[in-house]
Design a protein around this ligand. Sequence first.
Ligand code: NAD
Length: 249
Amino acid sequence: MDRLKDKIAVITGGTSGIGLATARLFQAEGAHVVVAGRNRDALDRAASELGGEATAIQADVSRIEDVDRLMHAAGTTHGGIDVLFVNAGIAPFVAVEDVTEEHFDEVIGVNLKGAFFSVQRALPYLNEGASVILTSSVVNTMGLPMASVYSASKAAVRSLARSLSAALADRRIRVNVLSPGLIETPLLGKTGLPKEMLEGFTEQIVERAPVGRVGRPEEMASVALFLASDASSYVVGSEFTADGGLTQV
Ligand code: NAD
């Protein structure tokens, strides 16, 4: 299983959920993985699980100086970056009337500003033919009453893949989007929704999705692997939705 043999893969939000499952898979496929996360404990746990082959770097993607430090360290240690998985994100659910300027700035700061500058600051280190994968969400085409800012941030991320693909075409850098449905990760416990509301929301999604269950992080990792590897060499600026059919059927 050498689909990413000797590739250097940077994964933001690589300490938990979808990012960590992807780090495990990329590593199993021969990549040298650099995981970045905000939380020191989570970073240490991820580093010890992935072992000495992986590099773990603490960085807050909403802070440009952190992103600069991350990309410089990742890009200069092993000879550039071949795969950049821009995956760090937060999803606090808040009613429209209760959205504060602070909430707005935080969600946009991590999900959109963080995504844009993760790519921009990686540019000096991205190797010719690199693959960039941006994590959006199926909410980028849905209307959820409690997720207005989150959904807007993810729609913007979807848009970025198109413009960045155009901008980076001469370097043969492909930018694509992974849009997960509802996936069982620690994120679900951090929405701020009361337990019953979260359970009701999950039930609704499970009922609507033909697959009839929530997704697993490993099921997102396998889509990310396809987008990261040469198997997707003719895929540019596209969105891959992995939601058990929720938004497609
Ligand atoms: P998670 O909470 O398990 O992981 C999120 C990761 O992002 C963590 O490693 C965390 O440290 C990191 N992170 C958060 N803020 C950060 C910051 N400011 N700087 C650096 N790192 C930061 O959640 P997950 O479900 O694995 O989410 C991964 C991505 O998938 C997110 O972008 C999320 O919006 C998206 N997504 C998740 C779901 C889902 O149902 N779980 C659905 C659609 C999209």
